[in-house]
Design a binder for this molecule. Structure first.
Ligand SMILES: [Fe+2]
Length: 287
């Protein structure tokens, strides 16, 4: 895939292959897992091939005594072992995505009931800590709202390039997007991160997307070309193409993916049974 961005022949070959194998119906992408601690070959093959073609799969498991154990076991069977040890990871590499009263943590939108715009995970991370895959598992949904939307990031590149090759090319500029350093009490918690939106991730040789639609604390390269290209990208993300998915995850359902572009809609909690999702972020990719 190394020359997809730069060589037209390679791009066309990759594009034709992608379009010939694409799924557009969510029900074709759902896999029932009988035993999370020992996947059947058929379950494993189906999830792997969905991820190879469209970069995500939805799975469902029955009620478990310990969901974190079950999810870690599933993820391990797909080679997802090197997890991102960030601030709020607590349970065997998984973060509990739920509303938190704690003031510091609720400064981060994931731990509130608010909507989150389109992004890939870890867009602010360094190259060494690039998030190549994540899992998101629903222990309990909200009483209202909280659905997720996502699209294969490679498909976004394809659609953008088909529509306007100059726009797709502009967003491969190595200084397209900068996230300034993050300081708490004058201590640098996260270094400044600068890079393209579309690029080839060297270690997996796969086309990778690093993006957030959030505009606060994000700096784009000061050029009209890049600013217009980002607007095109946002317009495309905000459309509903055949390749966009929307789903309200039910208890027992999970998403396994190669860091798809995704967003979350706002929700209202049942106070006695708040929305709880378990999320794992990994440096590995599902292949
Ligand atoms: Fe996310």
């Amino acid at each position: 895939m190394a020359n997809v961005l730069t060589k037209n022949d390679d791009y066309q070959h990759w594009r034709d292959n992608k379009l010939a194998n694409v799924f557009t119906q969510l029900e074709d992408c759902i896999v029932e897992i009988k035993n999370p601690f020992e996947l059947k070959n058929s379950e494993k093959n189906k999830i792997t091939s969905l991820c190879r073609q469209g970069n995500f799969a939805i799975f469902h498991i029955s009620k478990q005594n310990d969901y974190a154990d079950a999810i870690v076991s599933i993820n391990t069977q797909f080679g997802l072992v090197d997890f991102d040890q960030h601030l709020y990871v607590q349970d065997k590499g998984l973060a509990h995505i739920t509303q938190i009263g704690n003031k510091n943590q609720s400064d981060f939108i994931p731990y509130t009931d608010k909507a989150i715009g389109w992004h890939t995970d870890g867009y602010y991370n360094s190259t060494e800590q690039r998030i190549r895959a994540f899992s998101l598992f629903c222990v309990s949904p909200a009483s209202e709202g909280g659905s997720n939307e996502w699209i294969d990031p490679q498909m976004i590149y394809l659609l953008l390039r088909e529509n306007n090759p100059d726009v797709a090319k502009a967003l491969t500029h190595p200084k397209t997007m900068t996230i300034p350093e993050h300081r708490v009490n004058n201590i640098v918690r996260r270094a400044k991160s600068t890079g393209p939106i579309f690029f080839i991730d060297e270690s997996s040789n796969a086309l990778y997307v690093r993006y957030t639609q959030r505009k606060k604390n994000i700096e784009f390269l000061d050029s009209i070309e890049i600013k217009q290209a980002v607007e095109h990208l946002d317009d495309l993300l905000n459309k509903k193409t055949d390749y966009h998915f929307q789903h309200l995850m039910q208890a027992g359902q999970g998403l396994l993916c190669n860091n798809v572009l995704h967003k979350r809609n706002s929700f209202i909690d049942d106070k006695d049974n708040p929305r709880l999702l378990l999320r794992g972020r990994y440096f590995n990719r599902i292949e």
